[in-house]
Design a protein around this ligand. Sequence first.
Ligand SMILES: [Zn+2]
Length: 135
Amino acid sequence: MSFETNDEVTRADIMMRGTLCRCPNCGRRGLLASWFRLNKACASCGMDLAKSAGFYSGTTSIGYVASIIFVIIPVCFLVAFKVLSVTAGVLLGIFGSFGFIVLVYPVMLCWMVMAYHVAMPGELPANGGREGRDE
Ligand SMILES: [Zn+2]
């Protein structure tokens, strides 16, 4: 059994920080370069974010699936129960899902970083990750 020392960031820490869109390594806000883009490294602690880049390619497809579940399916029901007209339903489905993706995009980016580091907490510089700081 290998137990974590006090200095280490636990999976629970990473999940809590990630949910709040904070850096898994330092817990501060520094992940996003813009609404749609991650920084190459955390703006606060300099942790390399490109390492988990392989995860990001899946981000948009997760967004599409989420928008189908949270926007298009409810809209279909509203149309089926004649709460909405078909035209209104189609327009709401298109613009609603698009708006939904835009809205949740930065959250998905942060959650990708979180998912990567929850899977591999040892990679964090705070946990003695392989790269460390270059000085
Ligand atoms: Zn950081």
